[in-house]
Design a protein around this ligand. Structure first.
Ligand code: G6P
Length: 612
């Protein structure tokens, strides 16, 4: 949510800043802005809309020679929280004298009070943002030492921030700080970069410093000097980025989403690598960092997450109960924190998050920690806040996920939850035979996904039958119920079709009233102990004129009720959630493509939601 880029070095800053913003655009794309340090003072341009609009403006207003002479700058791509996406609300924001510019990701919770105080002193605000109050506050404190001024200002600030600040009076310096919103510094040769996430840095350097909450850094072309808010020096390690530049490029695919869908055989293989013990029918998850005794003593597992990650947790819920006979529950992270949850030292709280940044999930981790629960992160982004605060857990290793609609993170999350369930089932309900059989099924996941991907063209054909409809239902039972929710979520977020996921048996308790002739009803009717019941529910829809699209098991029982079928390979019903989800991702993708939607960046959304 909002992307920040900074550059201080010896080359022209604008190509680096705009290139970085393009990489971060998935974090927010309603407006963008850039400030350069120049011999004439600070130069700023802002534009409503995508980064391309800002780039046009930069080309039109700043000559090549002017750009070439500016080697320091900060830039921002916005996802509006306070104030509409207008040029006045776009970052960078200025102090009263216009000598300072600041970009911000996060939310300043006490901005009203700060604003009122500043207005009482004569400040006239030019935007509706929370950020402008911070920029003006820094200006108030600035007596020739920007870092000091930033620290003094931040000591007044409540809320979450990642900020980068430049001053006209301190050439060659950027001051950055973070609390609750991510910031990473790239350390190059004679240049440093700043970004909200490493995807904006990888084409420049692999050496990065992840800032911790409370860190303030003075960054120059050759140095990074970090202190806390009490001016005490802080030592931070330089880490190495392990992914390739190609991971953040489309690589010939029309959209990141399609590329990421097709990456799933590999991303799931990475999630499983070295973690499946096929000889003993269990999983090796060293990151869980718990002894066998501790795991056996667990009385309950509570999964928290938001959006797609929440749906992955709902699949995990079935796996934990069925395999490990362990009481499991899933809670929306946003709810967990405020319901005064009943958790203690014998409960395991698993925080599921692709980005590792989602504010509600992070708040849930902190709440669970306060209550003394054992915490684990199930996170994709290495070094992210949730991964670090959880302290232990399992990384997905899915690689960067750029498309706003999550795909490979979901399948990675479900795969790892199956591994965790397998591991926790040791000494509990699961027999050795079932453990061995299930481990072998999980190991087949990459090929099961490939089998679904091979049907891309057939799924695109099914999408044609859905494209004209403004409403759709997705139905499933057992572990396929959350897959139905996820399929509906994918469709609505990228194609703007109103889609509802329901437990197949629940439809007749109300929602069936919405069925009209021809309405697409996607039914997850794979081989499972409840298949007959599911098909019965599909018949109920068919009888009311629905257009039934069934996801069925290849070679399995015929779904005579279906108008169209999508095949998934035969496999264990828990494992089948993954190939079924891939089929629904492709279905949503093709509907959105046929409807001409901006697939990677749907309206109103942002990839990581760092506000509650
Ligand atoms: C946003 C994204 C969703 C995502 C959710 C949770 O709403 O648009 O795709 O599922 O956040 O994100 P997380 O990074 O915590 O998995």
């Amino acid at each position: 949510m909002c992307g920040i880029v900074g550059y201080v070095g010896r080359s022209a800053a604008t190509p680096v800043l705009l290139g970085g913003l393009r990489r971060l655009e998935y974090r927010g794309y309603d407006s963008a802005g850039v400030t350069l340090q120049s011999s004439e003072g600070l130069l700023t341009l802002r534009a409503v809309g995508k980064v391309a609009r800002l780039a046009d403006k930069v080309r039109a207003e700043w000559s090549d020679a002017r750009q070439a002479s500016c080697v320091v700058g900060i830039a921002h791509t916005r996802w509006a929280t306070h104030g509409a996406p207008t040029e006045a609300n776009a970052h960078p924001h200025a102090d009263a004298g216009g000598r300072i510019r600041l970009v911000h990701n996060g939310i300043i919770e006490n901005y009203r009070a700060l604003r009122a105080k500043l207005e009482a002193k004569g400040h006239v605000f030019t935007s509706e943002t929370d950020t402008e109050a911070v920029a003006r506050l820094v200006g108030e404190y600035n007596k020739g030492d920007l870092r000091k001024a930033v620290i003094s200002a931040l000591r007044q600030v409540e809320g979450a921030y990642g900020i980068a600040v430049v001053s006209a009076d301190e050439p060659g310096r950027i001051v950055v700080a973070r609390k609750g919103s991510p910031l990473v510094i790239g350390v190059g040769e004679g240049e440093c970069l700043i970004a909200s996430d490493p995807s904006a840095l990888i084409s420049h350097t692999r050496r990065v410093i992840y800032l911790d909450d409370g860190d303030v850094a003075l960054v120059t072309a050759d140095s990074v000097d970090i202190t806390d808010l009490d001016h005490a020096p802080m030592d931070r390690d330089v880490a190495r980025l392990e992914f390739e530049v190609s991971a953040v490029e489309k690589g010939g695919f029309e959209h990141f989403m399609l590329k990421e869908i097709h990456e799933q055989p590999e991303s799931v293989r990475n999630a499983l690598r070295g973690r499946l013990d096929l000889l003993n029918g269990t999983a090796v998850l060293s990151g869980m960092g718990a002894t066998a005794r501790e795991l056996l003593d667990l009385q309950r597992i509570v999964m928290v997450g938001c959006g797609t990650s929440l749906h992955a947790g709902m699949v995990g819920d079935f796996a934990f109960e069925e395999l490990a006979a362990l009481q499991a529950e899933v809670q929306p992270a946003a709810e967990f924190r405020y319901r005064n949850p009943l958790v203690d030292g014998r409960d395991l709280v698993v925080a599921i998050s692709q980005s590792g940044e989602t504010a509600d999930t992070l708040a849930a981790v902190r709440e669970a920690k306060d209550k003394g629960a054992m915490i684990m992160g199930l996170v994709n982004v290495v070094g992210s806040t949730i991964a670090r605060e959880a302290g232990r857990g399992v990384y997905l290793h899915a690689g960067p996920e750029i498309s706003v609609a999550s795909t490979k993170a979901f399948t990675g999350q479900v795969a790892v939850l199956l591994l965790m369930a397998l591991k926790l089932s040791r000494g509990r309900r699961l027999s050795r035979e079932r453990g061995l059989a299930l481990a072998a099924e999980i190991a087949r996941l990459p090929e099961l996904i490939e089998a679904v991907l091979r049907q891309d063209a057939a799924i695109a054909k099914v999408a044609e039958s859905m494209v004209k409809h403004e409403h759709a239902f997705f139905l499933g039972r057992g572990p396929m119920h959350p897959v139905a929710l996820e399929g509906a979520l994918k469709l609505k977020e990228i194609s703007y079709v109103h889609a509802e996921g329901y437990h197949a048996a629940e439809l007749k308790h109300g929602p069936i009233a919405l069925l009209t002739p021809g309405m697409p009803v996607v039914v997850l009717a794979n081989r499972s102990p409840v298949l007959d019941k599911t098909l019965g529910n599909a018949e109920e829809c068919k009888a009311r004129g629905a257009h039934v699209i069934a996801i069925v098991t290849e070679g399995g029982p015929e779904a005579a009720v279906a108008d169209e079928v999508i095949l998934i390979p035969d496999c264990d019903p828990l494992v089948a959630t993954i190939p079924a989800a891939v089929a629904l991702q492709l279905l949503a993708y093709h509907v959105a493509r046929l409807r001409g939607c901006p697939i990677d960046q749907p309206r109103n959304l942002a990839k990581s939601v760092t506000v509650e």
